[in-house]
Design a protein around this ligand. Structure first.
Ligand SMILES: Nc1ncnc2c1ncn2[C@@H]1O[C@H](COP(=O)(O)OP(=O)(O)O)[C@@H](O)[C@H]1O
Ligand SMILES: [Mg+2]
Length: 334
């Protein structure tokens, strides 16, 4: 059973997502409206059952842990807080066993409620959720529950309606950048502006991802730049994309296909990522409008097929073919 201790973190050798995990509600860099609402609940001593949902790396776990630290002193923490996360079992037995026994034990020394944190609650079976509903009902007097999940739809309505819901949206660039700047300062990291931009783009609002990429790139390279970030994450470089476009438009089909495939295999690139970058570039290349439209439609079709798990090689040849068709059109209309 995972229980959270409030002991000071051993900061050396710790992954940065833990080292820089916000310790108090004030440390969190986003969702100010949610945080002030929760702070108000705590101040007025009327915390409801909570349900946090939203994409990964947006501060759901950090928020409830910060609340718990504010609510309970060091020595009572372990007896007052039960934290279950992804590594714990999610069947009905957990609800009937550890959760029930934790919730039903009276707190002798302290008045006030205990806290049960159910991280990644969307992994709970329907049966377990139904059983949990009854436990929540029965022990509301001395226990508060906080359910955390990525997908709200996986939580049964009966549980949803017993909790106050908060959606944690992806973090914005303006929120991510200052935090990353703080970490790079603390860690003495040399980072270029385009490196910072690449971090923000690739993490798409997921602060955990941003920190993880920053840490691994800075460990592998002296300087964090767009190229080192892309290389570290296996994302195509600008020069790769320029080459791919050049081959597809200027070489014959067989050599274009072979060269792209070679590059792709050599660097372990995903066709999905190539497609995304090529697509961005097409918006900047000066194609006649009708030709550009045709090309974009074809690329979108390829993306759709890729998403359903089709062969990357066949889709790659389809991509090369789309560019060759464009070239033939441009040549014949000139
Ligand atoms: N709102 C935020 N403010 C500051 N750091 C954040 C925030 N959200 C995420 N992080 C960083 O990302 C890591 C993962 O956050 P976490 O709260 O576990 O996300 P979630 O539970 O939503 O997946 C944290 O350790 C922290 O370093
Ligand atoms: Mg979490």
């Amino acid at each position: 059973m995972a229980s959270t201790s409030k002991a000071p973190l051993q900061t050396r050798n710790l992954p940065w997502v833990e080292k820089y995990r916000p310790q108090t509600l004030d440390d969190l860099i986003s969702h100010q409206d949610i945080l002030s609402t929760i702070q108000k609940f705590i101040n007025e001593d009327r915390l409801p059952h909570l349900l946090f949902y939203g994409p990964p790396g947006t501060g759901k776990t950090s928020t409830i842990l910060a609340c718990a630290k504010q609510l309970y002193k060091d020595k009572e923490f372990n007896s007052m807080v039960l934290e279950l996360n992804a590594s714990d079992d999610r069947g009905i037995d957990v609800v009937r066993g550890p959760i029930l026994s934790f919730a039903s034990t009276r707190t002798i020394f302290k008045k006030g409620f205990k806290l049960v944190i159910l991280d990644e609650a969307d992994a709970m079976t329907q049966d377990a959720q139904n059983a949990l509903r009854r436990v929540i009902e029965k022990f509301t007097e001395n226990t508060r529950f906080c359910l955390i999940c990525n997908y709200l739809s996986k939580i049964i309505p009966a549980l949803q309606s017993r909790c106050t819901r908060f959606r944690f949206g992806p973090l914005s660039r303006d929120q991510i950048v200052p935090r990353l700047e703080y970490v790079t300062q603390q860690e003495n990291i040399d980072i270029s502006p385009d490196g910072m931009k690449a971090l923000v783009t690739l993490s798409s609002g997921d602060m955990r991802k941003a920190l993880n990429i920053l840490q691994s790139t800075s460990m592998a390279y002296e300087k964090v730049t767009e190229d080192s970030v892309h290389t570290c994450t296996g994302h195509p470089l600008k020069s790769d994309i320029a080459n791919i476009l050049d081959w597809a438009l200027n070489k014959d089909f067989t050599s274009a296909y072979k060269q792209i495939l070679h590059l792709k295999t050599l660097k372990g690139l995903a066709l999905q990522d190539i497609l995304t970058e090529v697509h961005l570039l097409i918006h900047r290349v000066d194609f006649p409008p009708s030709i550009r439209i045709g090309l974009l439609i074809k690329l979108a079709d390829i993306e759709y097929r890729l998403a359903s798990g089709t062969s990357e090689k066949i889709q790659l040849s389809s991509m090369v073919a789309a560019f060759q068709a464009v070239r033939d059109l441009v040549v014949s209309s000139a």
